[in-house]
Ligand binder design. Structure first.
Ligand SMILES: *Cc1c(COP(=O)(O)O)cnc(C)c1O
Length: 381
C-alpha cells in the first residue's frame, strides 16, 4: 500500500455545499447554475492576469474534449496536419487523430522542456515543402506546469498565420511574463481531472477570447442543436459539457485554487533546496526568455546514474518500497508505437530526459515533513 501518492485531489470544504445545491434544486443534469458559476469563477480568475483583453471559458467534460473542440473550431479535418509538442501526455495529440488529421511532432528545448521554437520553424518550413500546405494548428504544452517559450512560438505562428492551441492542462496558475499560461493563443486547454491542480472529479475547459466563440464551442459541446423548436442538426455535435454536479465541486475548488498552487510551489522549493547537493540529482527548474512562475504541478528530477550510483528505475523501486509513489516522465509521442508513422522533428531532448527523469509527489495532500522524508530516502539510498 503506497502512502505518499504522486498527486492526489484535495477538497477545500465548500465543494459539498455546491453539490448539495445541485441536489436541492434537482439540477442533477448537464448544465445549470453551477456550470455558469464555475465558468464565471474561472473567467474572473484568469482575467486578472490574462494575456488578452477579453477572456471566456467553456466548461467541458474533460481536457481531452477541450483539445478536440479547439481543433473542430479550427476546421481541422482529414488531410490536414497539426503540429504538436512530442514531450506530452497522449491527450494532447489523440484528438488530432479523432479528426482524421495527421500529427506532426516537434521536440523540446533544454530550458523549459517544452516546444523548441527553432525546431518548430524548421518543421513548418519542411511540411510546406513536402505537402504544399501549412499545418492547420500548433499545440504547445506546458509540461508539469513549466512555462515554455510562448512569445517565440506565437511570433513564428503569426508569421505563417497558423493558430496556436495551448495545452495548459497541467499549468493552471503558471504565469509567463505575469500572464496566465493558456491565455496567449487562439485557444487554451484546462483539465480538472483527479490529479490536476484542481479537480471536478473529471472535467476540463476551453479558454477563448470572444463571446461568439464561447457560444459556438457550447453549441458543438451540446450536440450542435440548431435554433429550431424541434431537433435540427446541420453539423456534427458532441456531448462534451460538464455536469452541474461536477461543476459544483469546481466552484468549491476555486475557493482554494490559490492555496493549492502556493503549496505545490512551496514543496518544489523545499525539494530543490534539500536536493541541491546530492550528486547526480538535478531538480528541474524551467528557464525562459521572459519572467516566469511555474505552478510546479509536479516536481521532476533527473537521475544521472554515474553521479548518483543508481538509475531512475532503481530509485523508483526503492521509493515504492518506502511507500512513496513516483512516475517516469511522459514518454514522448514520437517514440509511441501508435504514432510510429507520424512525421517528427527531433533533437534528442525529450528522449534524453525521458531516460533519466522521475516525477516525485506534490500537492496539498503532501506535507512539508513528507517532502523531507522523501528527500532523506533519496539521500540514504
Ligand atoms: C491531463 C492532460 C490532458 C487531458 O485532460 P483530461 O481532463 O484528463 O482529459 C491534456 N493534456 C495534458 C498535457 C494533460 O496532462
Amino acid at each position: 500500500m503506497i502512502k505518499i501518492w504522486l498527486s492526489l485531489a484535495h477538497m477545500g470544504g465548500a465543494e459539498q455545499r455546491f453539490v448539495q445545491s445541485a441536489f436541492d434544486s434537482n439540477w442533477v443534469a448537464p448544465l445549470g447554475p453551477n456550470v455558469d458559476g464555475f465558468e464565471h469563477d474561472l473567467e474572473d480568475w484568469l482575467s486578472k492576469k490574462s494575456a488578452q483583453p477579453e477572456t471566456h471559458v467553456v466548461a467541458l467534460s474533460a481536457g481531452t474534449a477541450a483539445v478536440h473542440l479547439a481543433l473542430i473550431m479550427l476546421g481541422v479535418g482529414p488531410g490536414d496536419e497539426v503540429i504538436c509538442q512530442s514531450f506530452t501526455f497522449a491527450a494532447s495529440a489523440n484528438p488530432i487523430r479523432y479528426q482524421g488529421a495527421t500529427p506532426v511532432f516537434v521536440d523540446s528545448e533544454e530550458d523549459s522542456w517544452n516546444m523548441d521554437p527553432v525546431l518548430l520553424k524548421e518543421a513548418i518550413e519542411d511540411r510546406i515543402r513536402k505537402t504544399g500546405k501549412k499545418p492547420k494548428a500548433i499545440i504547445p504544452v506546458y509540461l508539469y506546469g513549466y512555462p515554455g517559450r510562448i512569445y517565440e512560438i506565437l511570433k513564428i505562428a503569426e508569421s505563417y498565420g497558423i493558430p496556436v492551441v495551448e495545452d495548459s492542462a497541467e499549468a493552471m496558475g503558471s504565469l509567463y511574463d505575469g500572464k496566465h499560461c493558456g491565455t496567449f493563443g487562439k485557444y487554451g486547454v484546462m483539465s480538472f481531472n483527479g490529479n490536476k491542480m484542481i479537480t471536478t472529479s473529471g472535467g476540463g475547459a476551453l479558454i477563448c477570447h470572444s463571446k461568439e466563440e464561447a457560444d459556438r464551442i457550447k453549441f458543438y459541446a451540446t450536440q450542435a442543436r440548431e435554433k429550431f423548436p424541434y431537433y435540427q442538426h446541420e453539423v456534427i455535435g458532441y456531448n462534451y459539457r460538464l455536469s452541474n454536479v461536477s461543476a459544483g465541486i469546481g466552484r468549491g475548488q476555486m475557493m482554494v485554487v490559490d492555496e493549492h498552487i502556493a503549496h505545490h510551489r512551496r514543496l518544489h522549493y523545499i525539494y530543490k533546496e534539500l536536493l541541491k547537493d546530492v550528486p547526480g540529482i538535478t531538480v528541474m527548474e524551467p528557464k525562459a526568455d521572459a519572467p516566469l512562475e511555474s505552478n510546479f504541478w509536479l516536481t521532476s528530477i533527473l537521475i544521472d546514474p554515474k553521479g548518483y550510483g543508481h538509475t531512475y528505475q532503481e530509485l523508483s523501486a526503492y521509493l515504492a518500497d518506502k511507500e512513496v509513489e513516483t512516475r517516469p516522465l511522459w514518454k514522448p509521442m514520437h517514440l509511441q508505437p501508435v504514432y510510429a508513422d507520424a512525421p517528427s522533428y527531433v533533437n534528442g531532448v525529450s528522449e534524453s530526459k525521458f531516460k533519466l527523469g522521475l516525477c516525485i509527489p506534490s500537492g496539498p495532500m503532501v506535507s512539508e515533513r513528507e517532502v523531507e522524508m522523501i528527500v532523506s530516502y533519496i539521500k540514504s539510498f
